[in-house]
Every structure is written in C-alpha cells, then in structure tokens.
Write a protein that binds this ligand. Structure first.
Ligand code: GLN
Length: 482
C-alpha cells in the first residue's frame, strides 16, 4: 500500500492532461496508451471494468490529435480518459447494468452526459462494474463478480459505482462517472480515496441513465482532485430538454471559488447524527472541523433529524420506484429471454433467471409498498417523511452554509463481510441518503486515513444549486488534508 490517495500510478490530473493536449505538448493517443497499459497491467486483479474500449479510445484520441494539428481546440477535457459506469447508455456498445437480464443489449443512443463528454474532448476508455442496477454498497452484487479496492484487494471498493471509484483510484482514468441514488458515488469515493460528487437533483441530465429510483438518481463525477471533479461537472451539467426533471440552468462553473478559502463560512456540526461512525472515521471528521476552524470557518452546532429517518424512508421510496422502473425488463423489449409455453410464464422465467437476489428483494419490497392495501401506510407515509427531511435541511441551512458528516461510517470492509446481511449493507448509506431525498448536493473528499491505513472520506453537504460553496470547502479540506 502506498500513499492513500494514489495507490496505483499517475499523479496525472485531468486538468494537466487537457492543458497539455490543447497546447500540443502531448498527444492524446500517448495519454490513452498510458492509461490502457495501466488497465492491462492491473485490471485482472481489480476488475473495475466490465468492458475496456481500447480500439474505440485509440481511434477517438487520434481524431483529437488530428483536430488539434489542424488548429481546432479539442475542448476543456481534451484527451482526458474517462470511465463510465455501465448503467450509462452508450450507442452501439453493450450497457449491462452488471445484470444478466440485459444480455448483449446495445442502446440505440448515447446518454446526454456521454455526448457532452465527447463534445468536451474526453476519451471514453471503458464501462465500469457496479452492483446490479446500482443496488448495493460494495459492488459485490454484480452478475460479473466483484470489483476490488485498489488500496487493498481483499476489500470492497464500496458501491454501487465501485468500478468507477476503483478505476480512478488505480490510475486507469483521471475521471469517471457514476450514479448516486442513495450514496453510490460518495461512499465508494470515500472507500477508494477519491473525490466523488452527487450534484443537485436536476443539474445533470438523466437521459440515458438506466433508471433505478428516478426521483433520487443523479449522475456525477469521480476524480482524484477537487479541481478535476469541478471540471468534469462543468462538462456534463446544464439544461437538457430531453430530461423533464432537468433544471433550466447553464452548466455549473466553479469560477474562482476553489481558492477563496473558508473564512467566515458557517460549517454545521450535526449534534443528533445517528451513531455508527467508527472511531477512526470520527476522529478524522473532528480534525476536518478543526482544520476548517483554523482557516477561519465558524463551526455551528445544528440538529438535523433527517439523518435518523432517511434510511427508512429511502428503503420504501427507492424500491417502490425501482419496482416500477424494472418492470420494463420483461424478456420482450430488452436483452435476454427465457422461453416458456405462454407469455406470463415467459415473463416469470426471464425475470427469475435474469435478476440477482438483491434486485429481486427490491422489486418485492417495492411492489408491496405500492400495493393497494398498503400504499398509504408505507409509500404515502415515506413521501411525507421525505418532505419533512427537506424541511430539516432548509432549517439547518438558516444557520449554516454547509454541513459536514462522514461519507461512510467505516473505511473499506472485507469482500464478503456484509454480503449475507442486507441491513448491515444498507447502513453504509446512513449519512449519504438524506441528501438524495432532499435533492441537495453533497460530495465526499479524501481526508487522511483510518484503520489499516485505508482512506477516509469527509462529506460536505450544501443547499440546492450551491455546488460552488461546497467545492470551496472541499478545496480547503484537500489543501489541509493530513
Ligand atoms: N446502497 C444504496 C442502495 O443499494 C444506494 C445505491 C445507489 O446510490 N445507487 O440502494
């Protein structure tokens, strides 16, 4: 094990690659070859990727080099290798959601984020492993086998975007995209020692993201630095008429905010945060508060009861939406089919064979919560709690600018540790879920190490559309990380 934030290779950042490629100092093709070589060297062991797009990446890089040679600016992410979670649609390229049910399905279109990355000059190097349909916190629920944490391959990378987090941590790509429905970007970012951002709901288009919980899902970036995460978010954000929940706003622009510091920033410390953080994680969080205070922030004690109720509300709302979204995988419209004597039995056989246990568990939970006799008692009540959670945050933000919590209660745990205990797995998301329910932005930033020398992530939460404020605090924590 080496430096917590760089277990693999490459101090290369997206910002430095893009500026070198734009200036003609390095070729995009060389950058891509270097990253493909790292993947070839180590991905057998880590399994960050479901699919490496080596030829496509080389072709695209050469195209960018030709563009540049002819005097055209290839864009703000010129030549930057990017890994995509395999629930983001790529035209003509298998998009599996790490499920058997999709088989060799190839989407007929690119997700909006893929088009935007392409337009910014990025080079997609592959599709990353995930918990099936993004349901999980360890990337063990993949039909293709688990991803391993690059810092210690006996441990999980977190999930569900574990492949994307591991890809960035291992130096396979400086930027990766994930999706976050209840913590699936921030928790793996914490466990792999990368930056991970869940933007405000509606800031990034969901068009072409295979839906899990549509009212909670957001796409966001992983990166090794806060500045790279800002660059990536800028490239993928902004209004998309193709997504009805997209906010009518120009793309995010962090401007000069990464350097403004935290003098006068009111940082909320949540006094009624549910217990559960391990002592090593808690002491890093305490240190983060200290560091911000030393740099001029004002630490404010606040109550946010939302954290005590989030998990329960989430495990009604997310499965309810999932059970509805996953109804489309019926053996007719997409992917694999198991034949049977009649249509009803074909549906049953296909779904029995195609979905893994966790996905089936969510479908059963969700269908139950939505059923006629129980709708008000479960789903209806969870929706009312959701409203109260949003109110809790609004009240907290009356007295502070941002909130700080652990991103994950513990450092990376061993492969197999929680696989047989769904509730233990669900508790990984205690601190991340509430901001999916409120729709507010949150991010994890690496802040030193905990038990076994493994990375710890601190979560910064901010009010809707206040990403720039959140990034300013993240940049300060990055500068003063132990
Ligand atoms: N671990 C949570 C779940 O399994 C969150 C997943 C996610 O954010 N996609 O639902």
């Amino acid at each position: 094990m080496s430096d917590a934030n760089d277990p693999g290779h490459g101090g290369e950042t997206a910002a430095s690659i893009a500026s070198d490629v734009r200036a003609g100092v390095v070729d995009a093709l060389d950058v891509v070859e270097r990253h493909l070589a790292r993947i070839a060297e180590r991905d057998d062991e880590i399994h960050a990727f479901n699919l490496v797009l080596a030829d496509e990446a080389r072709r695209r890089a050469s195209e960018l080099d030709e563009l540049r040679a002819s005097g055209v600016d290839p864009g703000p992410l010129a030549g930057v290798p990017v890994a995509l979670k395999d629930n983001v649609c790529t035209r003509g390229i298998p998009t599996t959601c790490s499920s058997r049910i999709l088989g060799d399905w190839r989407p007929p279109y690119d997700a909006t984020v893929v088009i935007r990355l392409h337009d910014a000059g990025a080079v997609v190097v592959g599709k990353t492993n995930l918990d099936e349909f993004a349901m999980g916190s360890s990337t063990e629920n993949s039909a293709f086998g688990p991803t391993r944490n690059p810092h210690d391959t006996t441990r999980v990378p977190g999930g569900s975007s574990g492949g994307s987090a591991a890809a960035v941590a291992a130096g396979f790509a400086p930027i990766a995209l994930g999706s976050d429905t209840g913590g699936s970007i921030r928790q793996p970012a914490a466990l792999c020692g990368t930056v991970g951002v869940k933007p405000t709901y509606g800031l990034v288009s969901r068009l072409g993201l295979v839906a899990f919980g549509s009212s909670l899902d957001q796409i966001g970036p992983f990166a090794r630095t806060v500045a790279d995460a800002a660059l990536a978010l800028q490239a993928i954000s902004g209004h998309d008429p193709g997504d009805s929940t997209s906010i009518e706003r120009p793309p995010f622009d962090v401007g000069g905010r990464l350097d403004v510091g935290v003098a006068g920033t009111r940082v909320g410390r949540i006094t009624d945060l549910p217990a559960g953080a391990s002592p090593d994680v808690q002491s890093r969080l305490d240190e983060a508060f200290d560091v911000l205070a030393v740099n001029g922030a004002e630490i404010v004690d606040v109550e946010v009861p939302a954290f005590g109720y989030g998990l329960t509300a989430y495990y009604l709302i997310a499965p309810a939406e999932a059970s509805s979204n996953l109804a489309r995988f019926d053996g007719v419209r997409f992917g694999n089919r198991v034949s049977a004597p009649d249509t009803d039995r074909m549906y049953v056989a296909t779904r029995t064979d195609g979905f893994g246990d966790e996905v089936k568990r969510r479908i059963v939970l969700g269908t139950y919560a939505l059923s006629a006799g129980y709708y008000d008692a479960y789903y209806g009540r969870a929706q009312r709690v959701r409203r109260l959670i949003a109110n809790d945050f609004a009240a907290a933000y009356a007295s502070c600018d941002v909130l700080l919590t652990p991103a994950s209660p513990t450092v990376a745990f061993a492969v197999g540790d929680k696989a047989a205990d769904p509730l233990a797995m669900y508790l990984c998301d205690t601190y991340t879920i509430p901001s999916n329910l409120s729709g507010d932005p949150a991010m994890s930033v690496p802040f030193g190490t905990g038990d076994a020398g493994l990375p710890v992530g601190v979560q910064i939460l901010a009010p809707a559309l206040e990403e720039a404020r959140m990034f300013a605090v993240a940049a300060e924590l990055e500068r003063s990380a132990p």
